[in-house]
Design a protein around this ligand. Sequence first.
Ligand code: ASP
Ligand code: MG
Length: 250
Amino acid sequence: FGGTSVSSVANWRNIAQVAVARRAEGARVLIVHSALSGMTDRLERLLDVARTEAQEEGLREIELCHRRLAADLGIELGEVIECQLAELRQIAAGVALIGEVSDRTRARVMSAGELMATDLGARFLAAQGLEAEWADARTMLGAEERANASAKASILSAVCSFAPDHVLEQRLRAMAPVIVTQGFIASDADGNTVLLGRGGSDTSAAYLAAKLRARRLEIWTDVPGMFSANPRQVPTARLLRALHYDEAQE
Ligand code: ASP
Ligand code: MG
């Protein structure tokens, strides 16, 4: 699920319905999703050393977006997100002081959007009565060493293996039947957070589907339902299933 598909309570009702429907088909469900819409850009703007005076407002907006969605979802903002916000504040202050940003710091800050959004998502689904559990994508997706990639590319646009991973399969099988994890983020051999490049959530979902030999991969992003193909590339793509609710009524 892309950013626009996880940013409202209406979206989350749809996600819950999709998960329930897939469970009814006997599937175990791994939900991979993005940060809230616009969040990754906001996080990146915190690192703009030329505009550190805008950090305060940026931090406030980031907090407000998550607070609002949490309130709409009827859940607490929660400790995990409070901690992430506190850490972002500290890093932003450090960046303003030092006047430069390493690629590692950039990856760490930009990963916060997915980490916070999935925390809300997993708790919302559990509150709806689903057997749902949060998982850290960085423990599932390890970046591959690439001999000819720059250090920057290895950190900000990493590549992962998509060979079947039986150990991962076993590990997830022992967890709840609905698992919520982050798109966009992975870890390197030293356990540092790395990114898969902007828009990388779909890539994460594809990697995980391949690793887990999933029966099906569904990409829900910026569309009014599930299409037979990417409607931006295939003009004749058909709407297979509309969303269950009327967004206009929300
Ligand atoms: N949140 C990340 C981005 O905005 C990843 C994604 O949306 O797929 O690039
Ligand atoms: Mg996105």
